[in-house]
Design a binder for this molecule. Structure first.
Ligand SMILES: C[S@@+](CC[C@H](N)C(=O)[O-])C[C@H]1O[C@@H](n2cnc3c(N)ncnc32)[C@H](O)[C@@H]1O
Length: 279
């Protein structure tokens, strides 16, 4: 009885914002986290929440009713089968970025010394450190609160990484790498009105937006850095904004040391660029 009461309350509070399919997914995600029970157990049995958990349940409903993304409400998400802690200092990892990580893992290239630029939650860096044997991964991120989350996620998955809190645009090092990966901020501010409200209101703008006057600033800076800090035959893996695909090709073509190929994401949009340093 009690569990059906909770479900009823949940649906009544959120039906105006979410479809019934979404409500179902969100409800079981929340309940699994609050009860530690499987979805099947929850679907087939009655259950109760302690007073503390019940308070949390209603707090979650309240936050969801304000359009806060579920991942921030729960404080975690799954990325490439690993659970990552999150808070509002870091971008919610996207499925496209899971594809980027899959590409790197499957791509036949040298990947011992890896640098991830703009690490956010550490989803790329930690996943590579976890899945690529003998890798030596460095995560670089400007936001100190995000860096705390990277440390948490590295610890959670028991991986050792170098974690650097710096502005990449002024970053200098003598270290060289076999593989550089980045999903940098790539949405021009002028595209802001095409972005949904729950992203704009909750996700960190520093993770999303770049100036219209120089939207490829991070890619250019990474290419310049790679002239001296990427080893011969090394690779760069970029996630890109498909809208700037032509501009990216123009930019990369100016650097004769790199050959490149473009790869589409599951929406058939040009989303990834793989570069190889030939000298
Ligand atoms: C699009 S998010 C990507 C986060 C994460 N790698 C992912 O794929 O989910 C870009 C990240 O770059 C970081 N960033 C922005 N400007 C930076 C800078 N100048 N130097 C280093 N990191 C920066 C942001 O804080 C944010 O975490």
């Amino acid at each position: 009885m009690y569990s059906s009461f909770l479900r009823k309350k949940f649906n009544q509070s959120l039906f105006e914002i979410y479809s019934s399919e979404e409500l179902n997914i969100i409800y079981y995600n929340i309940m699994q986290q609050l009860t530690n029970k499987s979805k099947v157990e929850l679907m087939t049995n009655n259950y109760e929440l302690s007073h503390v958990k019940e308070k949390l349940f209603f707090e979650y409903i309240n936050r969801l009713s304000n359009n806060e993304p579920l991942q921030y409400v729960l404080g975690n998400t799954i990325f490439n089968k690993l659970e990552f802690d999150l808070n509002s200092s870091v971008l919610i990892p996207r499925p496209e970025t899971e594809e980027l990580v899959d590409l790197i893992i499957k791509y036949e290239c040298k990947k011992e010394k890896i640098l991830d630029i703009g690490s956010g939650s550490g989803c790329i860096a930690v996943t590579l450190a976890k899945y690529i044997e003998k890798s030596n991964v460095t995560a670089l991120e400007i936001c100190s609160n995000a860096v705390k989350i990277i440390h948490k996620n590295a610890k959670k998955h028991n991986v050792k990484m170098n974690i650097i809190c710096e502005d990449f645009l002024t970053f200098n090092t003598n270290s060289t790498f076999d593989l550089i990966v980045s999903n940098p901020p790539y949405i021009a501010y002028s595209q802001k009105d095409k972005i949904s409200k729950n992203i704009l209101n909750y996700e960190p703008h520093k993770a999303l937006f770049v100036d219209d006057s120089n939207p490829l600033v991070f890619y250019k800076s990474i290419l310049d850095f790679s002239k001296s800090n990427l080893n011969k035959d090394g690779n760069i893996f970029f996630e890109i904004n498909h809208i700037f695909c032509d501009e990216m090709i123009q930019l990369v073509s100016k650097y004769q040391v790199f050959s490149y190929k473009l790869i589409k994401d599951f929406h058939e949009k040009n989303r990834f660029m793989i570069l190889q340093k030939n000298v």
